[in-house]
Design a protein around this ligand. Sequence first.
Ligand code: CA
Ligand code: CA
Length: 156
Amino acid sequence: MRDYKFEDYQDGGLVSSVVIKEPDQSILVIGDRGHVSCEWDFGDGNTASGEVVSHTYDSYRWDSVNGTYLPYTLTLTVCDNNRAINTTVYEITIYMLGDANGDGRVNILDISLMGLHWNARGGEADYDDRADLNNDNWVNITDAAIVGLHWNERAS
Ligand SMILES: [Ca+2]
Ligand SMILES: [Ca+2]
């Protein structure tokens, strides 16, 4: 699981978080409470309203020229009780299934990354969320199985 937060959101009371839920490429976005409205623009043509919303991206975006993933731009607009409006923008990168290290290929390097963090659980020093593909806060055989299912695939 790659866990993203709006760490640089300027208004200290309005921090929100974004959780990417692999491998189904869905996200859970959490706004702050006590505001009149929260509007979300997911950057792929879809929008939503509410403090807590979820969204599933259809696919990752791959830049084949530069060999990198392209992020989606998530925009959150919060309107508080005083009608003050705050907008923050966040880039979210969706990865192809099994690509733990983010290089656009599913291969031994992804397994190696898992090996480095094998059996680590969330919160432990050696835990790496990139290796925890199924988001259960545990790097183990179920994550390796996801790599196996997509073995040798390349982003395109
Ligand atoms: Ca990879
Ligand atoms: Ca796991």
